[in-house]
Design a protein around this ligand. Structure first.
Ligand code: HEM
Length: 408
């Protein structure tokens, strides 16, 4: 996922131009903005259909081809594993991990953006990669944390020394993943029910470097959007006390076993709330892709090698497809609501086939689980909640979002 840096002004200008130019327009000679929902769907399909993983580095050097591995094969392996994990038990374990992280910070005055990130990443990490030693886990987490700080413009420091440290952490995290893959393949380490495991079976075809890329793709994917979405849930929760109360009314009557068995059925109001958070604050805000093939997009032709920009956020805030697009209102997701999505192409928080997010279900459950905890187990206090604002980084990031969680 490529995520350029930008700010509120840039996004504002993009919205104005998109409205004036029908959603598809050149930003410069090489970059096409595709904010019209159906064209975004089509360009994504044209671009990624039949995607095969690049050759291995060693084969490139020797000027020969590696065993071709279709990307769809990797995705099927992930999705099969996620399906096997099931909902109930997986959600219950995830909630327990979330609780453990929050409990450790109870009563402290904390940065809620970083808390949301920790809660989201640490609780989902075992789904991606489990069975790590404490040291290995700390290395992977540090790598993800460093990458996040850069994405949200909170660089731990600048200059060559910090850059070297950043690289060193990245390399060490890569070594951990290689070791896990190798140890599981050789039987030195047990197999685990995580998203890394099916990649062990693909190792003979992929080779170690491509297998590492695949596992890194999942780790990168869990390092950004889930934590950003969790921070946005906290933001809307404190900014809309009447919705917080509605969620509490619903969730107080849903015990944890019932919630874990079928969250969206047991808590429909909470589900709507989370869907609306993901409409308003879809991370990442912009996705830049290089065109692998040339495509005709209505009157515009995108040539192979040029780039295009797609954005769930831009579609979700477009007045042509959403009434009162900038108003937070979960009830727009009630069946038949006048201000609901014009059609299925207008609500795309998890992107587009065939590259659509594989973690859409578990990501949604995680956000609902966070609401469950906020309403049944903890009390969240944010002084001056009205002054908290959203800044646009790689994703929306609440600013000056300090607060305190206590036991309810
Ligand atoms: C609320 C949380 C999440 C949001 C908003 C989100 C959003 C996205 C988006 C917008 C994409 C790009 C889709 C495209 O290019 O069209 C994506 C890709 C991806 N996501 Fe998520 N995601 C979330 C959670 C997760 C979780 C929990 C996992 C893993 C369990 C995950 C794994 C992935 C992977 C592996 C890809 C790349 C898919 C591919 O390249 O084929 N995501 N996600």
């Amino acid at each position: 996922m490529t995520t350029p840096h930008h700010g509120e002004d840039f996004l504002h200008d993009l919205r104005l131009r998109s409205a004036a130019e029908g959603g598809v327009f050149w930003l410069n000679d090489d970059l096409l903005a595709v904010f019209e929902p159906d064209t975004a769907r089509l360009v994504s399909r044209a671009n990624w259909n039949g995607l095969v993983m690049p050759d291995r580095l060693v084969d490139m050097i020797r000027r020969r081809h590696s065993t071709p591995v279709p990307w769809a094969r990797v995705r099927t392996a992930w999705l099969t594993q996620l399906h096997a994990l099931g909902t109930g038990e997986c959600t219950a374990e995830m909630i327990t991990r979330m609780e453990r992280i929050i409990d450790a910070r109870l009563g402290d005055d904390i940065d809620l953006v970083l808390l949301a990130q920790d809660v989201a990443v640490q609780s989902i990490l075992p789904v991606a990669l489990s069975g790590l030693t404490a040291r290995e886990s700390a290395l992977i987490t540090e790598d993800l944390h460093q990458k996040l700080l850069r994405l949200i413009d909170r660089h731990p420091g600048r200059g060559p020394r910090h850059h070297l440290r950043f690289l060193a952490v990245q390399i060490r995290a890569g070594l951990v993943v290689r070791r896990v893959l190798r140890d599981r393949a050789s039987g030195r380490r047990g197999r685990e029910p995580d998203l890394t495991d099916p990649i062990v079976d693909l190792l003979p075809e992929l080779g170690m470097d491509r297998a590492l890329d695949v596992v890194t793709a999942v780790l990168t994917a869990i390092g950004g959007p889930p934590g950003s979405a969790a921070a946005s849930v906290l933001y809307e929760f404190v900014r809309n006390p009447q919705w917080a109360q509605q969620l509490t009314n619903e969730l107080e009557g849903v015990d944890r076993a019932e919630f874990c068995a079928a969250p969206t059925k047991a808590a429909p109001v909470t589900h709507r709330f989370v869907k609306e958070v993901l409409r308003m604050w879809s991370p990442p805000l912009l996705l830049v892709r290089r065109a692998r093939v040339s495509s005709d997009l209505g009157a515009i032709r995108l040539e192979k090698g040029q780039s295009y920009l797609v954005s769930p956020h831009m579609i979700h805030r477009d007045q042509r497809y959403w009434e009162q697009a900038d108003t937070f209102d979960p009830d727009r997701f009630l069946p038949g609501a006048r201000h609901g999505p014009a059609d299925r192409t207008c609500y795309v928080p998890f992107g587009w086939a065939p590259k659509k997010c594989i973690g859409a279900d578990i990501g949604t459950l995680q956000l609902m689980a966070l609401c469950h905890l906020l309403c049944t187990r903890y009390r969240l206090t944010v002084p001056n909640a009205d002054t908290v604002t959203m800044a646009c980084r790689f994703a929306p990031v609440p600013q000056h979002f300090q607060g305190r969680l206590t036991r309810a």
